[in-house]
Design a protein around this ligand. Structure first.
Ligand code: FAD
Length: 405
């Protein structure tokens, strides 16, 4: 990526643009992921930056990483441009983090080392653990207060509005794919000298109301859930406020009740692995219990350098064959099949034993979501499906037989 200019940024569109009023219609309408861009003056750029109005993966990858992904390289096709992938966990995990806390530790070290002036991250509403509150954190404590996922749509880019006059010239943004796509599109207009982007893979996000429906249908005690994750053992792990853990096999989900729970933005998204970030920290390409790190460019390596001596690292691995399971899943999901609990447990045990592991699990999850989303788009937005599904996703989806739209 070319370095950001230290010259005066392009004048901001103060006069032309005003944040949209709450309740007014956002340009992407039902597909809006509430990334927050339209709540800032950068709404002026929404037409060419909103991930749901215009997809521009190739240009974004070329600008951010110096090239777009090589579609003939199976790993790049799936996981995007990268110079390195590895698995890791913090030797001293951060209590209360989503996994071991690598993301929070990078944020802390970026501030402590003077690499950045602030970290864009998401704290939680004091009244409701799952309501996201994006902030520009200026201290390690403020970064740590943002640890753990808020599995709800978060208006991260809203805080760009606070940059002017803040003294912040170097920023680390922690964000999911739709937020990063918009951020990259307006990057050159931001009043910043340096921007680092630490991405999270993201899929199946929900509104706060949708989260309630999901927890009510999936957990034995929805009101006490403080943390949950779909994990590589094909089970959803819920942690409750008393510290107890509950697990449910994916196949035991009440699919008919949940078909409409995910946000339309997420049902039309193909940026699962966060193509525009410098560094991505997730879990699904790693064996159970470890985190999965994708270094996309030298800036991403600089971020990883901040914590690499604190990590227990291992190479990525890949086992199994996902393809038959993906094809069966497409049909079962489409028919909204719900298995009785005993059968779901049995299928879960078998899949856990012989199912895909490591990068192959990552491909399983990508295939399952891309095929579902392609079908959803063709059914609900047939006029935009062709231009909205990026070339890499089309190549993946074409490997499977999809039901008639
Ligand atoms: C909605 C969502 C879905 C995800 N789905 C997957 C997946 O399918 N596969 C996968 O491999 N990884 C996924 N991840 C990433 C994964 O769950 C972990 O967040 C990641 O591995 C980092 O773990 P950690 O312990 O290092 O994070 P922590 O140190 O706990 O830090 C978590 C960070 O997430 C940020 N954050 C929290 N909520 C949001 C939000 N709603 N939007 C933007 N940023 C947020 C916070 O600012 C915080 O800095 C998802 C993340 C989110 C937020």
């Amino acid at each position: 990526m070319p370095p950001l200019t230290t010259a005066q940024p392009t004048p901001l569109p103060h006069e032309r643009a005003r944040p949209l009023r709450p309740g007014s219609t956002y340009p992407a309408r039902d597909l809006c992921s509430q990334c927050g861009l339209c709540d800032s003056r950068w709404v002026a750029y929404v037409r060419r930056s909103c991930a749901f109005l215009e997809q521009r993966f190739e240009a974004m990858e070329a600008e951010a990483h110096g090239r777009s992904r090589d579609l003939d390289d199976e790993n790049e096709l799936y996981f995007g441009v990268h110079q390195r992938m590895l698995t890791a966990r913090l030797q001293q995990p951060i209590t209360g983090a989503q996994w071991t806390g690598i993301v929070s530790r990078i944020g802390v070290r970026a501030l402590e080392s003077g690499m950045v002036d602030a970290v864009l991250c998401v704290q939680q509403d004091p009244e409701d653990r799952f309501t996201p509150v994006p902030v520009l954190a200026r201290t390690p404590e403020e970064v740590l207060a943002a640890r753990v996922n808020k599995p709800t749509l978060s208006p991260n880019l809203r805080v760009l509005e606070q940059l002017e006059g803040s003294g912040i010239r170097r920023l680390l943004a922690i964000a999911v794919g739709c937020q990063v796509q918009a951020l990259r599109a307006v990057q050159q207009t931001l009043p910043l000298d340096n921007l680092y982007v630490l991405g999270l893979p993201c899929v199946d996000n929900v509104s706060r109301e949708g989260l309630r429906t999901f927890l009510n249908s999936a957990s034995r005690s929805p009101d006490t859930v403080v943390h949950y994750e779909f994990m590589q053992d094909f089970r959803i792990h819920f942690r409750h406020s008393d510290g107890s853990e509950e697990t449910l096999p994916f196949f035991g989900l009440d699919t008919p009740a949940l078909k409409d729970v995910f946000a339309p933005s997420c049902l039309s998204c193909f940026d699962y692995t966060n193509a525009g970030a410098d560094l991505v920290v997730g879990y699904m390409g790693a064996e159970f219990g470890r985190q999965w790190i994708t270094v996309r460019n030298p800036r991403g390596q600089r971020l990883l350098d901040l914590v690499e001596t604190e990590l227990d690292t291992a190479p990525v691995s890949s086992r199994g064959d996902r393809r038959a399971a993906v094809q069966q899943g497409i049909e079962a999901y489409d028919k909204a099949v719900r298995l009785p609990r005993w059968l779901a447990e049995l299928v879960g045990l078998v899949v856990q034993r012989i199912g895909p592991k490591g990068l192959e699990y990552g491909r399983f999850s990508i295939d399952s979501h891309f095929t579902r989303n392609a079908l959803w788009l063709r059914r609900h937005y047939p006029e935009m499906a062709q231009r909205h599904i990026p070339a890499f996703a089309r190549r993946i989806v074409e490997r499977y037989k999809l039901p008639t739209p």
